[in-house]
Write a protein of this length. Structure first.
Length: 130
């Protein structure tokens, strides 16, 4: 199967586990995405969204960052019209009510699942004005 190497999405990865972040980074690189930055904490991620929000096509958010929920980051992205998806080891429980329609990938996930999620993300980023 030929990957959508033309994805070219500029993404923020919010993940507190270095090994998982490296794995996701490898997958994204394989899919032809550009990693704008990797944030290991809610505070750093919110700062990055404030600083670089206009250059982001999307974000991949780990739900639990060292005991802290990623919701302030999701809200900051939503305010800017930047689409995002969740990556979690806990499944979509509690996310679909707060963020209806947002894709949740359950860790560990395969490149093919990430690619499928990103193609949906790309469509939603193209539908945002601006």
């Amino acid at each position: 199967m030929d990957h959508v190497h033309t994805l070219g999405l500029r993404l923020l990865v919010v993940e507190d586990e270095a090994m998982v972040a490296m794995l996701i980074e490898d997958m994204l690189t394989e899919l032809g995405c550009v990693i704008v930055d990797i944030a290991p904490s809610v505070s750093k991620a919110v700062r990055l969204v404030d600083d670089k929000g206009e250059m982001l096509d999307g974000a991949i958010l780990d739900v639990n960052l060292g005991g802290e929920k990623v919701f302030p980051v999701a809200d900051a992205l939503a305010l800017r019209g930047v689409p995002f998806l969740f990556a979690t080891g806990y499944g979509p429980a509690g996310l679909s009510e707060r963020y209806p329609g947002v894709i949740t990938l359950t860790k560990p996930f395969r490149v093919s699942a990430l690619e499928q999620a990103l193609s949906v993300l790309r469509k939603s980023s193209e539908s945002f004005p601006g």
